[in-house]
Design a protein around this ligand. Structure first.
Ligand code: FES
Length: 111
């Protein structure tokens, strides 16, 4: 039997209209939560919004999300063989899905 991690992911573009989606992803020891999210984008749903840049160096700080209520870097948090609840940062404006506005207001482009 194949090993599975279940990612329960918050989706949406506003906190009061969001919903949950569950994705089963293949589990391999040593993979990161970001690896799982990238697998979802490639194999299940390319519309899932996730921000990352350095992928695994913990250098860009762009992949911050909440995992089971704790703030983590998705690229360094380890994938586990269980349901893992992923939500956008609670104290930042939502852009979409797991992406929040993390740039200081003075560094944002005008809309
Ligand atoms: S992707 Fe750069 S710190 Fe996680």
């Amino acid at each position: 039997m194949s090993r599975i991690a279940n990612l329960k992911v918050w989706r949406g573009a506003a906190r009061n209209t969001g919903w949950w989606e569950n994705f089963d992803v293949p589990f391999e020891k040593g993979q990161s939560v970001l690896d799982g999210l990238r697998w979802v984008r490639i194999h299940k749903d390319p519309t899932l919004a996730v921000r990352f840049s350095c992928i695994n160096a913990n250098a860009c700080k762009e992949c911050m999300i909440q995992l089971d209520g704790e703030t983590v870097y998705a690229c360094t948090a380890r994938l586990e063989e269980r349901e893992m609840t992923l939500t956008p940062l609670p104290n930042k404006p939502i852009v979409r899905d797991l992406v929040t506005e993390i740039a200081p207001p003075s560094e944002r482009f005008g809309r």
